[in-house]
Design a protein around this ligand. Sequence first.
Ligand code: GLA
Length: 393
Amino acid sequence: MNDLIKTLKIKFDEAFNNNTNKRIFFAPGRVNLIGEHTDYNGGYVLPAALNIGAYLVLSKRNDKLIRCASLNFEDAGITEYDIDNINLEKLNNNWTLYVIGVITSLRKKNINLDKGFDVLIYGDIPNGAGLSSSASLVVAFTKAFNEIYNLNLSPIEIAQIAQNAEHFAGTLCGIMDQFASSMGKKNHAMFLNCNNMLYKYAPVNLGNYSLIIMNSNKKRKLNESKYNERRSECETALNLLKQEIDAQTLCDITLNDFNKYSKKLIENDIILRRARHAITENERCIKAFDELTNNNIKEFGQLINESHYSLKDDYEVTGYELDVLTDVARNFEGSLGARMTGAGFGGCAIAIILKESEKSFMTYVDKIYNNKTNLEVQFINAVISDGAREIIE
Ligand code: GLA
């Protein structure tokens, strides 16, 4: 048995003095290749699930008690709830916000868990890295409840319930992260239309190049960041544009139409730039999917660069550290492109680097990034992997 799984089982038994009926689930984090801040604007995204994420050992109880422990927050100890009478005061600054978020979002769909449970969780995604540690947690819970309580949810419903749980926790995120975590496929990215949930898998075949994921180590907390503000700026832009164009979402609007009608936004430069990012990024994502499926890696890398510039200049979600990190990565000989990934404001970036130069790339980035920021870059050791699943040993 895998050492990590063995340890999790032992820790579970120790924490709860319970070694019956336990089952183990894993849900991955994700890396987004391109299509950033388009999901809540009804556009396309191109994420891929990773082999790092959240593990959960769960055993259903015969009574109504919920007991939660986390190996990432051992100091928090065991948090207990009565499933029929959840004490919301306990949620302040406590990771169990996400568990209760899933239970609450199931209730909104008239799904009630009849019995409580003991659960131990462990996540191996660095916190605040922008690789969806929170999405992996809510998807792992939704998947586990689905299997253990026989809820009959489809993988898309699992993603939607998990998304709703994150809204409960304070971030008005789109569907991308939970979708990738629930439905990811080994060695593939998912080209998802967030308007209608139709998707295709695209093999991530970069030939002589590798995808490198780098953590800037600039920490951010999504629900405290400007994420929700960006979302509402996009709504403002859409409402203004709707006076001229028939559109349900920003990404319904083509760049040509936007250029024609953006007069409406001319008085508010910020709103104009936010909308321009969403619309151009959506078009870049569609092109990037084509380039990737046709093995045009150079062109794909160029779109990755353009995505970063737009996130920096129009959407303003990059910040000094991510700009430095991607500049350094982009300027390395043997690099085809680099961009931030995820919500931004810190966290991770990706780069497409010639395989044979990987080692020298890491040495180079490590040194220059540290000189310019005083932070250490962390290269994330992860590969593209399958979505949420039960681990049966
Ligand atoms: C976060 C959100 C996603 C998405 C990205 C930006 O990861 O959870 O829904 O909006 O930011 O593309």
